[in-house]
Design a protein around this ligand. Structure first.
Ligand code: COA
Length: 168
């Protein structure tokens, strides 16, 4: 299986994959709205020429952090329903986080199941004095520093792009 940057010809398959994985259009439409904006990254997992997984990153803002600190939000991530629980999501997340680190991003936040994301090194964002703009359990909002101590002088409420409102 290969993890690579999404290409123009993948857009339709990525939309269908997100609809199939989430059982609704919201996440697929969100990706279509955000794709191409600055600091957004879309990666796909490809197996036997079929797109089996997709992951998206977009910029988040934290009022209490230096403006030049580049932080991304991981969302959405999806694997074709019939291909789930075979390690595709794990590989996709690991490899795409490594690419975000290579691109020079300082940290990534995610809203999701702590049992799943802790395996990638995500910890509760609260431990780094970061909060979520949405009403969610503390443990569901997590952060991963891609550079050690990147968030040392940073605190506050993390804001996703306004387009995310359609998914909460
Ligand atoms: C979440 C998702 C991307 C994981 O991909 P995957 O290829 O199935 O995951 P992997 O095979 O790498 O990992 C499987 C592990 O993840 C766990 N897992 C799978 N889906 C999960 C979910 N939605 N929540 C929590 N844990 C999940 C499994 O229990 C399994 O744990 P184990 O290794 O301890 O047995 C995939 O299940 C999916 O597309 N779900 C629907 C969309 C979604 O909810 N996305 C996440 C929110 S943005």
């Amino acid at each position: 299986m290969e993890v690579r940057a999404e290409r123009l010809e993948d857009v339709g398959a990525v939309h269908s994959l997100n609809v199939a994985a989430f059982g609704r259009v919201n996440e697929a439409d969100l990706v279509d709205k955000l794709r191409g904006l600055a600091s957004t990254f879309s990666f796909v997992a490809v197996e036997s020429a079929q797109i089996v997984g997709h992951i998206f990153f977009s910029p988040v803002a934290i009022a209490g952090c230096a403006n030049d600190l580049s932080i991304l939000g991981l969302a959405p991530v999806a694997v074709l329903p019939e291909q789930q629980r075979q390690g595709i999501g794990t590989l996709l997340i690991r490899q795409s986080l490594a690419m975000c680190a290579q691109f020079g991003y300082a940290a990534v936040v995610v809203l999701g199941d702590p049992n799943y994301y802790s395996r990638f090194g995500f910890i509760p964002a609260k431990a780094k004095r970061l909060g979520c703009e949405y009403t969610v359990p503390d443990e569901a909002f997590m952060v991963l520093e891609l550079e050690s101590d990147a968030l040392k002088e940073c605190s506050g409420i993390v804001k996703y792009r306004s387009e995310f409102q359609a998914c909460v």
